[in-house]
Design a protein around this ligand. Sequence first.
Ligand code: N1C
Length: 234
Amino acid sequence: PGSTPDFQDIIEDRCYNYTQRIRPDSRSRNCQEIKQAFMSAFISKDPCKATKEDYRRLIDLADPTVPCNKRVLWSKTKELAREYAKLRGLVTLEDTLLGFLADRLHWCGEPGSPDLNTWSCPDWEKDCRTNYRSVFWEVLSERFAESACGTVQVLLNGSLENAFDEMSIFGRVEAPNLKPMVTLQVWLVHDPGKPPRDSCSGSSIKKLKSILSERNVRFICRDNLSRDLFLRSS
Ligand code: N1C
């Protein structure tokens, strides 16, 4: 798809909603300035040449203030993770200002034009990895993971053959950036009514375990949890 229609208006609306209603306690932020910084990160640029540097000003303006010891990561379990975090007073990246602003949106520009491209933005798999949306989530995810402390939870999809996907953002960006001495609590949650397809002793989770042990991140894993049981008991 191309950029989400009314991208700028959505960013602005969400920014006021977040800073005034959802977290009015968060330090005062200028939504016009944040919107401008977001736009100038990618407008008029080659949509396949995004760099972390492009988002620097935006990140500086909107640095997250969520607690470091209450973070929930996920891969292929977004809605469940949101629900779980809400229930337990924990936070996902969508609970930070920038994660909240960009959630479910698409955006890219084109060289020589002051407008968003509304017909087609590059795809990570088909076109280029350094597209503006992917790089945005990578920068945000990296910062979210590297500044986490205490116990970090991750919800992985136990209905997939490889619940841990090395090519996902969790696999290539978040897990390798956790700090030493953090504990990663892995929950393998599968669809209700179906048998789980991966487990804590499966090869994908073993790979995750080895990435973590190199970094001195402690590892706890629980599997065989159906979605309903997980939300009720964990
Ligand atoms: O690639 P993933 O999941 O492993 O990424 C999820 C991981 C989470 O722990 C989040 O902290 O990375 C963070 N994150 C988001 O918060 C996020 N919101 C929306 C990463 N990506 C996010 N998106 C979009 O969904 C983005 O376009 C990315 O590519 C997908 C992630 O899907 P996934 O494979 O389920």
